[in-house]
Design a binder for this molecule. Structure first.
Ligand code: PLP
Length: 409
């Protein structure tokens, strides 16, 4: 088909975008009728010029805010040098990123990929490889209900989301789900066929569920005793989000395998699967991909990670998280908000009624972006660079939106 110049150089209006989206994007989710055009720091701007204070933070990915200098500079410096060398060669950013990740995490071996789900697939394969080699072919992985591990078919199988149970059957077998934060249930589910336990140290999509003190420590001790692997999915909690560079540092336990994504790229698609030295057991060809260790992504992640460490944004997340939680405390009496929970800048709270979607819409109309992972839950995960003034502004908008939605005005 020949495309004429007007089609190729078409200037879209906001309505054109919305119509073309309706017509040409495969439906996977409902989206509000706005089109984002640019972003800087804590704010996004749509094609109508309306600004939004962003407390979704690219789904916890844009840890340095929108289009931060660290990402722009790394792209500008690396893209003229080398965009892709093929995964069969080493490249400079790949090795430097692996070296830094290994040093700061204490897990010696690093595999780089592009998305969180892909990192988790790698973790699951590594655990099964270990089961095949050292545990008499054990292949089962115990995961938690309400956990979230991604949207490939296997990571959907690992995910403990009730609504996904009957989707896309048959899924990958070999996952056993136990209630979250219930050590006895987990202990009871581990048997001869188990090769690993996989969980998020704080459940993110499940509604920001923080485990009771001692839970992660007991799970760690138990996995060591049984000789099975402990996998922590820190795709959401990692890279400073919870007030330490890695969430596992709060509990003082180290997993055998760790997965990272989201904040690692500051909005750029890159992920990592880290493993302790003794699990460096893949044979050539077991694992890989066209973009695994791709230099452009690795250069961005290296720059983002250095910035998070240099500016100690983990500590900033801790103190700003406390400030946010205390601000939200004001909404308990005015709006009936309850169960404010979280760590660092991964925060959620309960609404007095299942009005999450309505509240998200009302906030957006007032210029604030928030997320509702469950009908009666709101979640806030702003960039780690958020300041007190922006937190005050967000809490004020939240209060107005909630009062409006709850019809108390
Ligand atoms: C987002 C997320 C994933 C999936 O990451 P993608 O990059 O979307 O594939 C997996 N696990 C957790 C805990 C997440 O928050």
């Amino acid at each position: 088909m020949q495309l004429d110049a007007p089609t190729l150089q078409r200037q879209y209006t906001t309505n054109d975008y919305l119509e073309a989206a309706d017509r040409s994007l495969l439906f996977v989710t409902s989206r509000p009728p706005v089109v984002m055009a640019s972003g800087r720091g804590m704010r996004l701007t749509d094609t109508e010029g309306k600004e939004y204070l962003d407390f979704v933070g690219g789904w916890a990915a844009t840890c340095l805010g929108h289009s931060p200098e660290a990402v722009r500079k790394a792209l500008a410096a690396q893209s003229p040098l080398l965009v892709n060398a093929s995964p069969s060669f080493l490249n400079k950013p790949m090795v430097e990123l692996a070296d830094l990740l290994a040093r700061v995490s204490g897990l010696e071996r690093v595999f780089l990929a592009s998305t969180g789900a892909e990192a988790n697939e790698g973790a699951i394969k590594l655990a099964r490889k270990y089961g095949a080699l050292r545990l008499n072919g054990a292949y089962e992985i115990v995961t938690t209900l309400k956990g979230f591990h991604g949207r490939t078919l296997t990571t959907m199988s690992a995910t403990g989301k009730e609504q996904w149970k009957s989707l896309f059957e048959p899924k990958t077998p070999g996952f056993v789900h136990v209630p979250w934060n219930d050590f006895e249930a987990l202990e009871g589910a581990v048997g001869e066929r188990t090769c690993a336990v996989m969980l998020e140290p704080i459940q993110g999509e499940g509604g920001v569920n923080v485990p009771a003190p001692g839970y992660l420590e007991r799970v760690r001790e138990f996995c060591t005793k049984r000789g099975i692997l402990l996998i922590f999915d820190e795709i959401q909690t990692g890279i400073g989000r919870t007030g330490k560079l890695f969430c596992f540092q709060h509990a003082g336990v180290r997993p055998d395998i760790l997965t990272l994504a989201k904040g690692l790229g500051g909005g750029f698609p890159i992920s990592a699967m880290l493993a302790r030295e003794e699990f460096n057991i893949f044979d050539a060809g077991d694992q890989g991909g066209t973009y695994c260790g791709q230099p452009l992504g690795a250069a961005v992640a290296l720059s983002v990670l250095r910035e998070v460490i240099d500016r100690d944004l983990s500590s900033a997340a801790d103190s700003m998280g406390r400030f946010l939680v205390s601000g939200l405390g004001r909404l308990v009496s005015s709006c009936g908000v309850r169960d404010i929970r979280g760590m660092g800048l991964l925060v959620a709270f309960g609404l007095p009624a299942p009005l999450g979607d309505e509240t998200v819409d009302a906030c957006r109309n007032l210029g604030l972006l928030v997320n509702s992972p469950q009908p009666a839950t709101l979640r806030l995960m702003p960039p780690l660079i958020v300041g007190k003034q922006e937190i005050d502004e967000a809490v004020q908008i939240l209060e107005r939106a909630l009062l409006h939605v709850l019809k108390r005005v």
